[in-house]
Design a protein around this ligand. Sequence first.
Ligand SMILES: NC(=O)c1ccc[n+]([C@@H]2O[C@H](COP(=O)([O-])OP(=O)(O)OC[C@H]3O[C@@H](n4cnc5c(N)ncnc54)[C@H](OP(=O)(O)O)[C@@H]3O)[C@@H](O)[C@H]2O)c1
Length: 225
Amino acid sequence: MKIAVVTGSNRGIGKEICRQLAEKGFQVVATGRDFHKIQQAAEEIGHGIVAYQLNVSDPSSCNRFYNLLAEKFSSVDVLVNNAGIIGNKPATTFDMGQLQAVLNINLLGAINTTKALWPMIEKSKEARIINVSSSMGSLKEIQSGGYTAYRLSKWSLNGYTMLLAADAPPHIKINCICPGWVQTDMGGSNAPRTVQQGADTAVWLATEKNIPTGKFFKDRKEISW
Ligand SMILES: NC(=O)c1ccc[n+]([C@@H]2O[C@H](COP(=O)([O-])OP(=O)(O)OC[C@H]3O[C@@H](n4cnc5c(N)ncnc54)[C@H](OP(=O)(O)O)[C@@H]3O)[C@@H](O)[C@H]2O)c1
């Protein structure tokens, strides 16, 4: 059975990615920074999902998670770096505290988790890493301004995706996605997309037989950086 790890999955898009991957036969490892919340989410989804505490912004939490996971499983076939927070102030007034908090989770969180799990990812015969980014960090949309910390974090996450894809061995495919504007705590109730739609492209990249590496996708189609 293939093993899939999803970060920030006690609610929103991450929880839905867990549900869809579990329905497709993966052994899903749901993770969240609050153990009770992630355990509750795993129970709600069912399908034998296991829950682990993981704060992606804390490298020691990532290493602890790796050690616990390695006791139970030998490899990781899919890692979805989904955990994220918003930072909405314009470039003229944002504060460094907000920038650091957002980068710590959205960018360094993905890096911490990937680095910690790398030995288990390398052991997979065919691994996939999917970074949940946003078109708000694309070169085109970043020029609209606002959301400084968030846009910088996703722009940098896109850069990390390209770098990792360039350096990784060919059996590990690394891509990032934009889920669109989705009804979650982050997206709000006016968002036009459901979590099912928001999760779709990540699940497709995790399961589709032939996929490229080092690309940016939305609605199962490659989009521009
Ligand atoms: N919703 C949208 O319209 C939209 C659009 C484009 C991209 N995205 C991206 O999609 C991803 C998921 O967003 P969402 O809409 O599902 O947001 P959400 O409902 O706010 O969920 C965010 C998840 O990230 C977790 N998280 C935050 N900090 C964490 C940390 N340090 N360690 C581990 N988990 C942490 C949260 O856990 P807690 O409950 O502990 O806070 C929560 O489970 C994010 O990367 C976001 O940037 C969303």
